[in-house]
Design a protein around this ligand. Structure first.
Ligand SMILES: *Cc1c(COP(=O)(O)O)cnc(C)c1O
Length: 212
């Protein structure tokens, strides 16, 4: 039951000011509706097209809905992304930053964004290295003219996530960025110890748990 999963996660969050982004990618309609019925209003999707399928109609019924794009974006989808979403977690290259900035000005809608960091330098993952952060941040602000509020990462599955979260916390501090999008189903409690402000949680929220 989503309500039970949700109360367990909320209990872990406690009184921290940490936003729970419910990751609804690949979830059936019945569970998305169950999540809405349980009071959740902030959702994350990793693909623009699937997000439209899930949310285009539902957002008319729930005006307080907030949608976060957490997956990689192609520049030809920037306008669709800006039209649907309220926040972007996955800005990772100049072309995307420029396309987002242009789409935001066109629609008169400004979306706070995160820069995605590939903390483990994994070739299959999106994101920039910490060494490129200062230049890219400057580019986003001065050339693309988009608002960067923080950093996002997905740590390598086989590493201790704490090392990656600690490096993220330090980088955010160095650049005076207030937000950190980190922590998923298996590591969100660790992420909170390192200052996570946005948890992206899918399976721990939507999965049916075995009764022991
Ligand atoms: C799927 C996904 C999540 C949620 O993962 P869970 O382990 O199911 O909580 C978080 N962030 C991103 C970018 C994702 O693609």
């Amino acid at each position: 039951m989503i309500v039970e999963n949700l109360s367990r996660i909320r209990h872990a969050i406690g009184d921290r000011s940490c936003e729970l982004v419910a990751v609804s990618k690949q979830q059936p309609d019945a569970l998305i509706d169950e999540a809405l019925a349980s009071g959740l209003r902030v959702f994350g999707e990793n693909r623009v097209q699937e997000a439209y399928t899930h949310w285009e109609k539902r957002r008319l019924l729930f005006p307080d809905l907030k949608l976060h794009l957490i997956g990689p974006l192609q520049s030809n989808k920037a306008e669709d992304a800006v039209a649907l979403f309220d926040m972007i977690h996955s800005v990772d290259r100049p072309k995307i930053a420029l396309a987002l900035g242009e789409a935001m000005r066109k629609r008169g809608k400004s979306l706070p964004c995160f820069i995605q960091i590939n903390t483990g330098n994994e070739p299959q993952k999106s994101g920039i290295g910490f060494d490129a952060l200062a230049d890219f941040l400057h580019f986003c602000r001065t050339e693309a003219k988009i608002e960067i509020i923080g950093l996002m990462c997905i740590p390598p599955v086989d590493d201790d996530p704490a090392i990656h979260f600690a490096a993220m916390q330090q980088a955010a501090k160095n650049h005076a960025l207030p937000c950190l999008s980190m922590g998923m189903s298996n590591d969100y409690e660790t992420a909170m110890q390192y200052g996570a402000t946005h948890l992206r949680i899918g399976s721990a929220l939507f999965a049916r748990r075995m009764k022991g």
